[in-house]
Every structure is written in structure tokens, then in C-alpha cells.
Design a protein around this ligand. Structure first.
Ligand SMILES: [Zn+2]
Length: 74
């Protein structure tokens, strides 16, 4: 095989690798963006502070005053 062919194969592979990396980053960025939106919103009944917590938890403690609150629905 000629050196030119090897160079073109190398460049093609490099381009494909960079493209794949960009695609993976796009997927990761989307996962990060959709992450906080799925968090459950809580509103403290005592000090009315709005905060988010894990969606798996039923009740969450207020970071401001420590009162346990129910999930807040919009
Ligand atoms: Zn509070």
C-alpha cells in the first residue's frame, strides 16, 4: 500500500474518532441538562424556601431551617 493511502486511512480514522467524541459529548451534555429538571421541587412550609432534592425521596429536609416537607407541585 502506498504512503498516501495510509495517510488517508489515518486521517479518515482521526476524523471518525473526533466525530464520535463530539457525538458522545452531545449525549453527555443532554443527560446533564435533563438531570436537574427531573429533580423534585420542595417548598418549605416554615420558611417558604424553594429547593430541589432527589426525585426518589418522599419527604425532604429544608436546607434553610431543617423542617421536613412534602413535595411541591406546580
Ligand atoms: Zn425551611
Amino acid at each position: 500500500m502506498s504512503p498516501e493511502a495510509w495517510i488517508s486511512i489515518f486521517l479518515f480514522g482521526l476524523l471518525g474518532g473526533v466525530g464520535l467524541l463530539a457525538l458522545l459529548r452531545e449525549f453527555q451534555a443532554r443527560r446533564i441538562q435533563s438531570g436537574p429538571a427531573q429533580d423534585r421541587v420542595f417548598r418549605c412550609a416554615s420558611c417558604s424556601a424553594v429547593y430541589t432534592d432527589d426525585p426518589a425521596v418522599e419527604r425532604s429536609r429544608c436546607p434553610q431551617c431543617g423542617v421536613t416537607n412534602e413535595p411541591f407541585d406546580f
